[in-house]
Design a binder for this molecule. Sequence first.
Ligand code: TRP
Length: 326
Amino acid sequence: MARIFSGIQPSGELHIGNYLGAVKNWVALQGTAESFFCIVDYHAIVVAYDPALLRQRRRDMALGLLAAGLDPDRCTVFVQSDVPEHTELAWIFNTVTPVGELERQTQFKDKAQKQESVSAGLLNYPILQAADILLYLADRVPVGDDQLQHLELSRVIARRWNAQFSSDGDYFPEPQPLLTPTRRIMGLDGQAKMSKSMGNTIGLLESPEEIWAKLRPAVTDPKRIKRTDPGTPEVCNIYHLHKAFSAADTVTHVATQCTTAGWGCVDCKRVLADSIETELVPIRARAESLRREPGRIDDALATAARRCRDIAQETMRVVRDRMGFA
Ligand code: TRP
């Protein structure tokens, strides 16, 4: 049976960019194969961070993922640092990874530029990602296109380890991407990808009032200055959000009202707010029930960690054996 693995950084509360770009797809995939979704807290520490905040964010992310619809009975939602084998396998993979490949990663180059001092952890980040996936012998990895290069490197690592230590057949599969159907979600500023650090997000668990306060001033078609100017939906971020949240006939209607100046941008945003609300109501309800019974989150994570450790220990038993440690 195919195994699915994906990971998300504990960056705090989930926002609609994370949701549309990853988590909604995970919810659709759970149950189609044995699925593992990992809160990658060891990845989160490769740049400067606050330990108290990390503790909080790990919990917030777990709550967000369960509220979004990941069901512990149909998939395994767990915390990376609960399974020490991730870092053990990452060390092993360090020894088969060419430094040149790491230095060529565009995410590394982007992030390194923004740091005063670059840690080896930032450089080696994709090695830990390869270990995450391969520890479970996962062969399918739902990701956005920004992760394709990391995934390619995971395949290089699997191939290299197999070539050196798995002469009787390929122990590690070469994981393939399952591209997320939704294109990248831009922030409410219409300038940059939606991300917490840019402050241009809508949180998945925000109230309708909070959402409207952000949506109302959000950037639309920059050429539409007066209410009577016809707009161009394709260049408008609000229109792209409609495509993600609104029913197909609503999307068509929105486009017509925009190009004929039938609606102003605020009218269009009100309809979007309704569509977002429809999607978020059940998510908010699940979050509230989890907040009332936080023990359910702890139980789910503990059960998941046990299941993961069983698999991880078996993989490491084979790896150690092949590599001359046992
Ligand atoms: N690097 C991924 C991101 O930033 C997160 C991640 C860590 C991941 N380990 C993974 C994704 C394994 C897929 C598979 O989005």
